[in-house]
Design a protein around this ligand. Structure first.
Ligand code: SF4
Length: 276
């Protein structure tokens, strides 16, 4: 009788037939021609002990993978998010060694970030499997959460804390901001569905909402209202919006202090538990 394949072994099948995000590129991945253009090898743009994450995770061992499933027009990480071979190619063995080193240096969590970590789930799971009980810090997935149920099921036993982004609101016209600005069709249904799925798994979930100039009514207000319906979810309001020079339209501006105050006030009215 053959043994049941591990989540890492199952995830590895997506290197040749990828269904880790709703683009369902399939075999295109073999030729690095899926939407994210990430091939079978993962590249890491940088990794470090990072003091910019939420207080409960600080300092985190932040691992920034190259490549992303989204195309946000205001991306500040475009240098590596849109260049999947930026940085150094890594194996599970290399990454496991680096995680152990950062753990010894005092990291309180290992955070898989991008770009987006979705295309790198096979490597993440292989790394965590290799580490086994030698890893004593929680594994955190910091993602745009534009994922499939298949991806979340693969991660279910390996990830301790989820840090999803809920950036954009639901569609109010032919295209939602998630599609128009982020390049992610059906954004609202996919991302809120994925958050509900990990909430149902009983995992700790800290949802990040980035305040964007001119996007209070279409994005911030509906996102916070929806989060208020999720009593176990913690919320982190990101107020450090900074537009890169190539950004156009309202998103090229800066976030006004009045917009930040308005969001904080709404969060208080909705009785959201904000983490810092
Ligand atoms: S992770 Fe990349 S290759 Fe896989 S389905 Fe999504 S966009 Fe396509």
């Amino acid at each position: 009788m053959s043994a049941t394949p591990t989540p890492a072994a199952l995830a590895a099948t997506h290197l040749s037939d990828c269904h880790l995000c709703p683009f369902h590129c399939g075999a295109q991945r073999l030729h690095a021609q899926g939407v994210c253009r990430v091939g079978a090898v993962s590249y890491v743009a940088s990794e470090m002990l990072h003091f910019g994450e939420e207080e409960v995770l600080r300092p985190a061992h932040a691992i920034f993978f190259s490549g992303c499933t989204a195309r946000c027009s205001f991306c500040t990480a475009a240098r590596f998010a849109f260049r999947p071979t930026y940085g150094i190619p890594v194996t599970a063995e290399l990454l496991a060694e680096r995680i152990l080193r950062r753990q010894a240096e005092g990291a309180r969590a290992v955070c898989f970030i991008g770009g987006d970590p979705a295309p790198h789930i096979p490597l993440i799971l292989a790394t965590l499997e290799r580490l086994g009980a030698r890893r004593t810090l929680p594994a955190v997935l910091n993602s745009n959460f534009y994922l499939t149920a298949t991806a979340l099921d693969l991660l279910a036993r390996a990830i301790d804390i989820y840090l999803p982004d809920l950036k954009f609101g639901p569609a109010t016209g032919p295209q939602s901001c998630g599609e128009a600005i982020g390049g992610m069709p059906d954004y609202w249904a996919v991302v809120t569905g994925c958050i509900e799925r990990v909430v149902a798994q009983g995992r700790r979930v800290i949802v990040r909402h980035l305040l964007m100039p001119g996007h209070f009514d279409c994005c911030t207000a509906p996102a916070l209202a929806w989060l208020a319906t999720q009593p176990t979810v913690e919320v982190s309001l990101l107020t450090q919006y900074l537009a890169p020079v190539h950004t156009r339209g309202a998103l090229a501006g800066s976030l006004a202090s009045a917009e930040v105050e308005r969001a904080r006030q709404l969060a208080a009215e909705l009785k959201l538990e904000l983490v810092r």
